[in-house]
Structure formats: C-alpha cells, structure tokens
Ligand binder design. Structure first.
Ligand code: SF4
Length: 105
C-alpha cells in the first residue's frame, strides 16, 4: 500500500467519525500518541455512543486494551486535552456532556 492509498483510507475513515471524536483519531493516526490510539479505538468500539460510560463499563475484560482503556477513575495516563495533547486524566472533563470534552480543533 502506498502512502497516498493509506492517507485516502485514513481520510475516509475520519469522515465517518463524529466531529467531536475526530481529533483524537487524527492524533492517533499521526503515530505520536499511544494514549490517543487507545482512546480512539475504544471510542470507535462503542460506536461513539455514550462513550464515557460504555468504555468505563466495558464488558470485554479479555480485550488487550481493557487495562489501558480511558475513562476509568484511575486511568494510567491516558488523558487527552482539548487540543489533543496528552494530559493527566481528568474524568469529568472528558465526559461527552461536558463543555470541555475532547473535540477536534
Ligand atoms: S477495551 Fe473495551 S471498549 Fe476498548 S476496544 Fe476493548 S472491548 Fe472496545
């Protein structure tokens, strides 16, 4: 696969992601943040619906991402700030209904 083909696939996938979650996906796809990659995958896994509660209460403890999934009370350093930067997790700030929730710039 060429870089151009990969970029086209990434752009097509990004276009299907609700805008408020797109920034985390794009950060993940830059390959610079494992935290963003885990977060983006978990957001996708639950279909971008009721993300905080669905991921926090994930019922597949056999998933390789389960121990690192975001939105836990004691997430091991997987917080993403409003601009996609890695920050210490602040659970309420990332809630979907929060005005400061993670969004694409
Ligand atoms: S930890 Fe749960 S929500 Fe995250 S990818 Fe795995 S199964 Fe999906």
């Amino acid at each position: 696969m060429t870089d151009q083909e990969r970029r086209a696939k990434v752009e097509a996938r990004a276009a299907r992601i609700p805008p408020r979650f797109r920034g985390v996906y794009q950060r993940a796809m830059e390959g610079k943040s494992r935290a963003a990659a885990v977060r983006a995958k978990c957001q996708e896994c639950v279909g971008y619906e009721d993300v905080t509660e669905q991921v926090r209460g994930c019922t597949d403890p056999a998933c390789p991402l389960w121990p690192m999934r975001p939105y836990q009370a004691s997430s091991p350093g997987v917080g993403i700030g409003p601009d996609g930067e890695e920050v210490e997790p602040i659970e309420d700030e990332d809630r979907e209904d929060s005005p400061g929730a993670t969004t694409a710039p």
